[in-house]
Write a protein that binds this ligand. Structure first.
Ligand code: IPM
Ligand code: MN
Length: 371
């Protein structure tokens, strides 16, 4: 297969984790005889610094012309700490999602046998957790009208949803449930919000087209508690933009680190693949960030093109790295492995799954024993 990928490394740790994902994709391409071409473009704070625009036209064009987009991270403290900033890095990502019609953000969550005992949560609670969040991505309060009064004392963010916006992602979520464990949970705040009541109405109606899927509802405050209390009850979670943003960060604690979670954003045009984590500016350039979320985003990209064997091998390599404790400090605070060591190991495993070059005798000391 021939793939043209737009690479948007972005800010903070974005470039260093994306670099590992590209190394992994190249290794896959070589092994399975695919051709992958990349076009790199600026987005976020780096794009503001260069052009004044967090999503330059040229970047949007490169994305629209590509088969898929691999996105790094976005954000910079110099904007976070300045409430009066007129342009913000995040606007680049939001505009990209909107322009490409990426209305569904899919965030799978699983547990790794080798990490379960290290979690902040009890092993008995999280064992067997396997769910996926379908987060609406191009509407709701993120995109409603915003206003700040002239005197600066009143601010407004409108949350607006149409039936069309709800229905299109609901169908995707039901279809996903059909090939999973056939359970869909709509997370909303229908006891308070009109938009949530519309979500319930639409989703209840659509459910009749998917009689094999059982549907239930949870208020988001309760859902936030249930995700930690009893995560194995979930199969597919469907929710609106802001709630999905919040509960997916929360859910990452179950896996062990937000540095492990990948996502796919799909819609009408080119699909985009990105870690769910942010730009982690404190770690920028230190080679300590976890590249697994970016590498698994690359695996989701391959799955999007039905390259299941290739994606499967990446996931197997990631599992092996975790099993061997070849991980960054977010997972094992004593680890001496760096961002690029993880990338190297995963590449090596992909090339030689039976004979990857690691000295298992030294792994317990957290030394870089990739040879
Ligand atoms: C995410 C991020 C973004 C969001 C930010 C960077 C705008 O937190 O993808 O979850 O809120 O959607
Ligand atoms: Mn987020």
């Amino acid at each position: 297969m021939k793939l043209k990928i737009a690479l948007l490394p972005g800010d903070g740790i974005g470039p260093e984790v994306t670099k590992q994902a590209v190394k992994v994709l190249d290794t896959i391409a070589e092994k399975f005889n695919h051709t992958i071409e990349y076009q790199t473009a600026d987005v976020g704070a780096i794009a503001i610094d260069k052009t004044g625009n967090p999503l330059p036209d040229e970047t949007l064009k490169i994305c629209a012309d590509a088969d898929a987009i691999l996105f790094g991270a976005i954000g910079d403290p110099k904007y976070d700490n300045d409430p009066s900033a007129k342009v913000r890095p995040e606007q680049g990502l939001l505009k990209l999602r909107k322009s490409l019609g990426l209305f569904a953000n899919i965030r799978p969550l699983t547990t790794y046998a080798s990490l379960i005992h290290k979690s902040n949560l009890k092993e008995a609670v999280i064992k067997g957790t396997d769910f996926v969040i379908y987060r609406e991505l191009t509407s709701g309060i993120y995109f409603g009208e915003k206003e700040l009064s002239d005197d600066g004392n009143t601010a407004v963010d409108i949350c607006k949803y149409t039936t069309e916006e709800i229905n299109r992602i609901a169908h995707l979520a039901f279809k996903s449930a059909q090939v999973r464990r056939k359970k869909l949970t709509l997370v909303d705040k229908a006891n308070v919000l009109e938009t949530s009541r519309l979500w319930r109405k639409c989703v209840t109606k659509i459910a009749t087209e998917y009689p094999d899927v059982s549907l239930d509802f949870l208020f988001v405050d309760n859902a936030a508690m249930q995700i930690i209390l009893n995560p194995t009850q979930f199969d597919v979670i469907l929710t609106e933009n802001l709630f999905g943003d919040i509960i997916s960060d929360e859910a990452s604690v179950i896996s062990g680190s937000i540095g492990l979670l990948a996502s796919a954003s799909i819609g009408y045009h080119t699909a985009l693949f990105e870690p769910i984590h942010g730009s982690y500016p404190q770690a920028k350039g230190k080679n300590i960030a976890n590249p697994v979320a970016s590498i698994l985003s690359a695996a989701m990209l391959l799955e999007h093109f039905k390259l299941y064997k290739e994606a499967g091998l990446i996931k197997e390599a990631v599992e092996k790295s975790l099993e061997l404790n070849i991980c960054t400090v977010d997972i094992n605070s004593e680890s001496l492995f760096k961002t690029d060591d993880i990338g190297e190991f995963i590449m090596d495993y992909i090339q030689f799954p039976q004979d990857y070059k690691v000295n298992p005798n030294n792994i317990h000391i957290g030394k870089s024993t990739i040879i």
